[in-house]
Write a protein that binds this ligand. Sequence first.
Ligand SMILES: Nc1ncnc2c1ncn2[C@@H]1O[C@H](COP(=O)(O)OP(=O)(O)O)[C@@H](O)[C@H]1O
Ligand SMILES: [Mg+2]
Length: 234
Amino acid sequence: MWLSFRNHAVLRGITIGVDHGETLCLLGGSGVGKSSILRLILGLILPDNGEVIVEGQDITNVSRENLLKLRQHIGMVFQGSALFDSLTVFDNVAFSLFEHTEMETGEIRQRVDEVLSFVDLDPKKVLTLMPAQLSGGMKKRVAIARAIVHQPKILLFDEPTSGLDPITTRVIDELILKLREELSVCAVVVTHDVQSAARIATETALLRDGKIIFNGTPAEMFECQHEYVRSFLS
Ligand SMILES: Nc1ncnc2c1ncn2[C@@H]1O[C@H](COP(=O)(O)OP(=O)(O)O)[C@@H](O)[C@H]1O
Ligand SMILES: [Mg+2]
């Protein structure tokens, strides 16, 4: 797949894939196009060339209506959490259910309780809080709860642990693992944290200069003798 912005070629012929129950970590320096890959999967931007297959459909070639349907299968955890600052935790998490489903308020409350518990937050304590009242780690958990509330099959994370301390980073990594084990979601995680990738990935891909210079399991990555891979890991 190829992607450029104006005359700047960002992705220059990359092919990657991820199956259900797997977690692909996208690694690479800043500006290599990691976030762009997530935006391609969501169909927010289109490649110059190539296919983006989501749930068996090439989203570069579907109707607007089908694209919106496919997006319902995806949950996204944005960089920096990106909660709605003026909404409570409940309204943040419930947002897509009110927006895209016919669920009754009672059912929505129950579902929000469920996902908050899944991310180890006590619904009774956090439902009415505003994002500004939450710590960085709690914001991240709320963002994850929001991303899984509509039971997506695919989860996208953009730098989920950047800016978090090492202990909170581990907690979030554990949550990402729990999502794979208990909900069997397919996840794509953009990270520059090699240690996180080693913990959570079943597959890793390292990008550089618009190309994938390594694709394999974390164990294979640590064994890889390629000069740039070695320098990236060290
Ligand atoms: N909407 C856009 N318009 C123009 N350039 C963009 C746009 N989005 C990203 N870019 C450029 O594309 C490159 C890759 O960006 P990005 O995918 O955000 O990288 P990463 O997430 O790996 O840091 C960068 O050079 C960035 O400046
Ligand atoms: Mg980015």
